[in-house]
Ligand binder design. Structure first.
Ligand code: PHE
Length: 364
């Protein structure tokens, strides 16, 4: 009886072990099926390849539950190992297939984007801007004058009547104002400056001689436009003030500048003229850079080109700046900047500069 019991005990032990193995076998199978179902569900919703990469790791990576199950196979009997092994391999294959399918689906999305990039299509040319001819000329002028020790000064384009006229010895009722009819603002004491000479007194009030400046900038006049006149144009003023400044200085500085600017020996000529803010005053000409002074169409046959006004600064202007009368002398000029650009680039109509016509601008 005792032995029987013992035998029975042994038998039921075997039975229990078998049952446990059976249960764990079923559990393993279930687990594998669960993993697969989970993989199918989650991978379906994947939106990008990074997510997919992480899921591949999660489901099939070295540390995945799935691989954990496969590692446990070694504890099973040969027959069970085979059974689970077949199921595991089949499931693994299925998960891989789902992943691959998703991969092609995702790369298909990218693929269609990629296909839009056709490497054989000629590239889009980048439009690179460049300086307007006026800016080029302005920079050239500035370079030459700074190399001669001049400073570049600036002033407002909307100017007071005082700096544009009164301080320059042009009182309100003076007929010289008619020569420079400009655009007044609602506040009648303000106008668009008609000349860069407006910066003369502004600058002198702030600085003591010796003064050597040029003032390149925009000016405005209310006038009928033609090939040589514009309502908006550029000038560049020069102002040199100190002790013993004379007309010889004006001529030599101008000669040096024009020769450097045109790269050839340019002659300068002064003709007596009138501007209220200089005494004596001149019209300023240079020898024609097209024909060298022999006479051609550009200079209307006389060999000279007019550039603007010049002269010795009137003592009234120096006084308006706060200097004592006759303490200093100075010379000044105001030349048209477009004139120089027109000569340099052989442009025959000043209106082209502000025309906004790209066919013109693209030539520079
Ligand atoms: N400002 C004068 C003009 O625009 C030119 C000029 C400048 C004349 C300086 C003499 C001295 O007409």
């Amino acid at each position: 009886m005792k032995t029987d019991k013992k035998r029975m005990g042994a038998n039921s032990f075997v039975l229990v072990v078998i049952n446990i193995q059976l249960v764990s076998l079923l559990m393993m199978e279930q687990k594998i099926v669960d993993i697969k179902n989970q993989a199918v569900e989650i991978i379906k919703k994947v939106k990008n390849s990074d997510e997919l990469f992480n899921l591949e790791k999660k489901f099939l990576g070295r540390k995945s539950e799935f691989v954990g199950i496969l590692k446990g196979l070694k504890d099973l009997s040969e027959e069970e190992r085979r059974k689970i092994g077949v199921l595991a391999n089949k499931t693994k294959g299925e998960i891989i297939e789902i992943i691959l399918k998703k991969k092609t689906e995702l790369s298909g999305q990218r693929g269609s984007e990629k296909e839009k990039i056709d490497v054989t299509i000629p590239g889009k040319k980048k439009e690179i801007g460049h300086l307007h001819p006026i800016s080029v000329v302005r920079r050239d002028i500035e370079d030459i004058f700074t190399s001669m020790g001049f400073e570049i000064a600036d002033g407002p384009e909307v100017e007071t009547e005082f700096y544009n006229f009164d301080a320059l010895n042009i009182p309100a009722d003076h007929p010289a104002r008619d020569m420079q009819d400009t655009f007044f603002l609602k506040d009648e004491k303000l106008a668009m400056r008609s000349q860069t000479s407006s910066v003369q007194v502004r600058y002198m009030q702030q600085h003591k001689p010796p003064i050597k400046i040029i003032v390149p900038g925009k000016c405005f006049r209310n006038e009928a436009t033609d090939t040589t006149h514009e309502h908006t144009f550029y000038q560049f003023e020069a102002l040199v003030v100190g002790k013993d400044i004379n007309i010889g200085n004006l001529k030599i500085v101008a000669h040096q500048f024009f020769s450097a600017f045109f790269g050839t020996d340019v002659k300068v000529r002064l003709r007596p003229s009138y501007f209220p803010f200089v005494e004596p005053g001149f019209e300023f000409d240079i020898s024609c850079t097209v024909c060298g002074g022999k006479g051609c169409r550009a200079c209307k046959g006389n060999g000279w080109l007019e550039l603007g006004g010049a002269g010795m600064v009137n003592q009234n202007v120096l006084e308006a700046a706060g200097y004592k009368c006759n303490e200093y002398q100075g010379f000044a000029w105001g030349f048209g900047l477009e004139r120089l650009a027109m000569m340099k680039y052989k442009i025959d109509d000043i209106r082209l500069f502000h025309s906004g016509d790209l066919r013109f601008i693209r030539q520079f």
